[in-house]
Ligand binder design. Structure first.
Ligand code: EPU
Length: 439
């Protein structure tokens, strides 16, 4: 049983380099299935979710060449089978992008029901109705049975105009992947505007697709017959950058967060400034400073689709507010249940009350180290931040959930002066067994 063991109460200083964006990478890797040629993808992060999708690729006959650390060549010209074992699909969320990519290109795709962070949906899984409505609008038939999702069309898909009920990231991406090969024009209204949606559109356009308006709420896709190969570099990870900024905001210190697009971070850096963190936007870097002797200030935060405050930064922000002076209110407006980690923070001494999607946080001066468990990826990141700020030792369990989306988090934090190690610990095992801290 692997854990992170953190000795808290140290400031962070130095430089940290941000990896390629996980949520871009998984969409663009799936996008390579829509390409009739070799795709060289650069800046692919070494995270669990990427390895899962590449394992699926190997099973379905995509040639995967690992060129060097972060660079891959993917060649989906000779796909042999369109399915892999169900448990592989269940290991992450993004495996469902395979549906859109293969449906558009071949008129048929079958994947296992995807997994990913739970957020309260339990065994029913996170909904996909917007994806299905989009595929159907393009003329496909969707069936689900026995843990499989099958999409098929009779001939080429037909472009259509559609309005999403909510600017869903996943539905926007999946519909875009299918529509690039549809006949005629597809218009997605109320589309997601996240940077990784723009990244996917730029990738597909560089391979010959005709997509305009990505980054606004109306995306227009004129179908093409084929995409050709090429080379594309994935964006830096907005949320990984935000997580390190939040860590410095919590511990205090002075860190240059390198290889970022500062404009993509403004949806949360302005909030960090509001609570007393100094942010200096440089060209491709952000400098974060916080005097550890001065307490953070309270604020209110409500999550929203981009360019609003990202739900994927909500647990990290709430952790900072748990230490800020005064009362803060955090409202989660994307997911039904994204406050699982609060129980863990309470075990560390935080004073937080949850009422459905609203957390009322009364800031405390200090958190104390405790054994805790990551309930999901960003919750895990928040607990690491809590441990870095706390007095004493924090043991974070269930860290594979964290490593699904954070490359080398231990080494990156150690390099900034954090006392964190990846270990096998019997103490955390005991805590889990007694259920004392189970998420
Ligand atoms: N929704 C539906 N039906 C659908 C699709 C979504 O009701 O068919 C609802 C969801 O239940 C949710 C809302 O719409 O309430 C937004 O979901 P969205 O589709 O935007 O989320 P997603 O595509 O499943 C991606 C990220 C998540 C991130 C959300 C919101 C990936 C692989 N995942 O999920 O990232 O929280 O967008 O920004 O891109 C993470 O990285 O930790 C993570 C969970």
């Amino acid at each position: 049983l692997e854990n992170y063991v953190i000795n808290g109460n140290r400031t962070l200083n130095g430089e940290v380099t941000i990896s390629g964006a996980k949520n871009s990478a998984v969409a663009i890797i799936a996008g390579a299935l829509a390409v009739d040629g070799e795709c060289v993808l650069e800046n692919i992060p070494a995270v669990g979710d990427v390895s899962t999708i590449l394992q699926i690729f190997e099973k379905i006959g995509v040639a995967v060449y690992h060129l060097s650390d972060y660079n891959y060549c993917l060649d989906a010209r000779y796909i042999t089978s369109s399915t892999a074992p169900q448990e592989l699909y269940r290991k992450n969320r993004a495996s469902y992008y395979i549906l859109g990519a293969l449906l558009g290109r071949f008129g048929y795709a079958k994947v296992g029901v995807p997994g990913g962070c739970d957020f309260g949906f339990g065994s029913s899984g996170r909904p996909m109705d917007y994806h299905f409505k989009g595929f159907e609008a393009l003329g496909a038939k969707v069936t689900t049975s026995g843990g499989w999702i099958t999409v098929e069309s009779n001939g080429r898909l037909k472009g259509a105009r559609m309005y999403l009920d909510f600017p869903s990231v996943g539905a926007t991406i999946n519909i875009m992947l299918a529509a690039i090969h549809a006949e005629g024009l597809t218009i997605i209204e109320n589309a997601g505007m996240e940077p990784h949606i723009v990244d996917l559109a730029n990738f597909l356009n560089s391979m010959g697709a005709d997509i305009s308006g990505a980054g606004t709420n109306t995306i227009r896709i004129r179908g093409v017959e084929k995409l050709h190969g090429g080379t594309y570099t994935i964006l830096p990870d907005q949320i990984e950058a935000g997580t390190y900024i939040a860590a410095v905001a919590g511990t205090g210190g002075d860190v240059i967060v390198k290889n970022v697009i500062p404009r993509h971070l403004m949806c949360f850096t302005t909030k960090f400034e509001e609570i007393g963190v100094t942010i200096e936007n440089l060209e491709n870097d952000v400098r974060v400073k916080r005097d550890p002797m001065i307490r953070l200030r309270h604020t209110n935060v409500k999550t929203a689709p981009y360019p609003g405050f990202p739900t994927d930064m909500q647990p990290q922000m709430a952790t900072l507010l748990a230490l800020a002076e005064g009362r803060s209110i955090v409202t989660e407006d994307i997911w039904d249940n994204r406050f699982e980690y609060v129980k863990q923070l309470q075990n560390m001494g935080a004073n937080i009350t949850i009422n459905n999607r609203i957390a009322v946080i009364e800031g405390v001066r200090k958190l104390s180290g405790a054994p805790v468990a990551a309930s999901d990826l960003r919750a895990g990141a928040a607990l690491v931040i809590a441990g870095l700020c706390a007095d004493g030792v924090t043991i974070v369990d269930d860290i594979l959930k964290i490593e699904r989306g954070y490359e080398n988090i231990v080494a990156k934090l150690q390099n900034l002066g954090a006392d964190i190690q990846r270990k096998t610990s019997t103490i955390a095992k005991k805590a889990i067994k007694t259920g004392a801290n189970a998420a």
